[in-house]
Design a protein around this ligand. Structure first.
Ligand SMILES: NC(=O)c1ccc[n+]([C@@H]2O[C@H](COP(=O)([O-])OP(=O)(O)OC[C@H]3O[C@@H](n4cnc5c(N)ncnc54)[C@H](OP(=O)(O)O)[C@@H]3O)[C@@H](O)[C@H]2O)c1
Length: 245
């Protein structure tokens, strides 16, 4: 595969990029800290990614960086067949209620700007006859829930957009893989109390890579979250108003 990867510097994205490198996939890293990306690129080359692993500046809060970053990835690798987006912002519901600037940034980065990035990636993949777009959304988008009201709203919009992409473009060769992690122990969730069934990034990465290889449209990770969310989606509103899940 020839993969442009936004979010490979940390967390689940880092684990997934390592698995790809180990099996020899071509990688090009997009992100907001070029020095950090350079270190990640060097590590991925040691693990087996064909070198040199290129990097380009791409910040979810700066949409003007998207097109040049994807252009650099495509030019350097001589074409792209896969684009992965695991980058996102997270903040607690309390932080988002208290800080309107942070709230605007998170809603823009995790919904509108991620959609904008995906639109550009989609155009490039379709121009070459298709490919795979794998994007990390969240189980937080499955139901309006007290602890993730705002973050979950952004992820709900993103999940619905990705579903529509799949319906619209699959016949033309675009495979959209929507990843819906439950709670996974990464920097994003550091300091939060892990619930039962919390996952590890390396295990999630294996699940996600298998889903990419099989072209699965939706994947829950860890997989048990599919059943947890099935129950949560079926709860009546009066129950949702009472519980703090
Ligand atoms: N962890 C969970 O429990 C959980 C649950 C549900 C869904 N998710 C979703 O799964 C995905 C991966 O989460 P994670 O826990 O692995 O996250 P993480 O460890 O916090 O890593 C987040 C990644 O996003 C990048 N990023 C943040 N802001 C950015 C920006 N403005 N522009 C470009 N890149 C930016 C970070 O790059 P820097 O190194 O530059 O900061 C980092 O590579 C996210 O979409 C997240 O919403 C996570």
């Amino acid at each position: 595969m020839k993969v442009a990867f936004l979010g490979a510097s940390r967390g689940m994205g880092r684990s997934l990029a390592r698995l790809m490198a180990e099996r020899g996939d071509g990688l090009f890293l997009l992100g907001r800290d070029l020095a950090d990306l350079g270190r990640s690129a060097a590590e991925l080359q040691i693990l087996g990614a064909p070198g040199p692993v290129g990097t380009a500046h791409c910040d979810l809060l700066e949409p003007e960086t998207f097109a040049p970053a994807l252009e650099a990835a495509e030019a350097t690798m001589g074409g792209l067949d896969t684009v992965v987006v695991s980058a996102a912002l997270f903040a607690t519901q309390e932080q988002l209620e208290a800080d309107s600037v942070l709230r605007g940034q998170l809603l823009a980065a995790d919904f509108g700007n991620t959609v904008g990035f995906c639109e550009l990636a989609r155009e490039r993949l379709l121009a070459r006859g298709g490919g795979t777009l794998c994007v990390f959304s969240s189980v937080a988008g499955e139901r309006g829930r007290k602890p993730v009201l705002l973050y979950g709203a952004a992820k709900a919009g993103l999940s619905r957009y990705l579903e529509g992409l799949d319906h619209t473009f699959r016949a033309r060769g675009l495979v959209v893989v929507t990843v819906k992690p439950g709670f996974v122990k990464t920097g994003m969730t550091a300091g939060l109390e892990p619930p039962p069934f919390a996952g590890e990034p390396d295990a999630v990465a294996k699940t996600v890579l298998a889903a990419i290889d099989r072209g699965k449209p939706v994947i829950y990770a860890p997989p048990i979250w599919r059943w947890i969310m099935l129950v949560i989606r079926s709860l009546p509103r009066f129950v949702m108003r009472r519980i703090d899940f």
